[in-house]
Write a protein that binds this ligand. Sequence first.
Ligand code: 5GP
Ligand code: MG
Length: 456
Amino acid sequence: MCAIVGVFGTENAAQLAYYALFAMQHRGQESTGISSADGKKIHLVKRRGLVTDVFHEGRLKLLKGSCAIGHNRYSTAGKDSVLDAQPVFAKYKLGEISVAHNGNLTNKYEVRDDLIEKGAIFQTEMDTENIVHLIAKSQKNKLKARIKDMLNKIEGAYCLAIQSRSKMFVVRDRFGIRPLSLGKLKNGGYIVASETCAFDLVGAEFVRDVEPGEMLVFEKGKEPQSEMIFESDPHPCAFEYIYFARPDSIIAGKTVYNMRLQMGKQLAKETPAKIDLVLPVPDSGVAAAKGYADGMGVPFEMGIVRNHYVGRTFIEPTQEIRDLKVKLKLSPIKDMIKGKSVAIVDDSLVRGTTSKQIVRMLKDAGAKEVHMRIAAPEIKYPCRYGIDTATSQELISFSKTPEEIAEYIGADSLGFLSIEGLTKSLGDDSNYSLVSFDGNYFAGGNADSPGCSTIR
Ligand code: 5GP
Ligand code: MG
């Protein structure tokens, strides 16, 4: 996951980057950072924590200049060092540089080992450090040429915002796996962000998506210069539509909410159930559940209430309630559910933990039957393009059939959306990245190669 933003050509660049990161908090809660450039120097603030915890007025004031790039990092198990926060800043031959990256490089260790062999030192496990090293080691005289050298050595999924003391470079890999859009600020400056919901908050006008394979160069007093670095071969990530992106964001011209609604409707066609009521798993399953209810012609109810205040600091539950940790977050409206046959719809099933606990919760609340419906296909393969699933073994659909999973989670039935149903819902106008479902590693890597948070 992760979110990146780049703001160029406006006095309050860091402030706008801050708002944009706040709008994209759902893409990463582990750490956040902004670097700004004032023509003479790059300033950097990055810390663990949420955007609103890390940035206050005092810190934003330090981030001077008319260009800012920022990053939200997705929480990954066992990695909580501030060193792993982005942007990554460095001094090198041409001056100062800062890089923010969303994605995952599939040749991370080949490149890293080669660099280490030649004497490079690394401070983190992040593939973003490879990018900085490759730029620093290039023999070209101009930063743009050095970035191109670097791009020819990396593989996989990336959306990059790169900042020098006076310019900003934005690049999207040729597959366009992770989303990235360009917006125009009211005062003439520009903003680039992982999701368009960031534009809505800062009042920017959506211009267009950054093209797969495209580099945009932002320079003072000029319109952004576009250059196709690679031939475009679009494979937008289907999981952005299923789970990651905010429902109000528009990716490749499609509003995410509408796509989820469509997936739910398709799910109703493929796996109907005899039910009185459709409930979503909040919040991620809401739109798909509404679509399922519409498709089934059955009432939709918000029958499970979510507590939004379960944070990191919650004191570890005692044994009695640990079994139902989900209770901390979710709670059923009992008299709505008692005696009813319900369908419970979630956006995806990964390890099966959430489903198992929710089914039990609904049965404890007196549901007569519980039919689990998942508005995505079976996740069998780890994505290597920016989603942090560790190994196939952790994915319940890798080793169990839907019938076996239904038994495991205690549901009366379980239905998934088919892969064809998914692409049909999204519109058959794109080669979607479906790697989690079909194991087609078109951008390099494989089920055994390192993921985003792999520590070797
Ligand atoms: P499970 O409990 O089966 O392991 O996970 C399913 C739940 O995780 C679903 O409610 C889904 O919304 C959510 N989910 C799917 N993908 C991700 C992800 O990459 N990260 C996080 N934190 N949750 C996810
Ligand atoms: Mg969820």
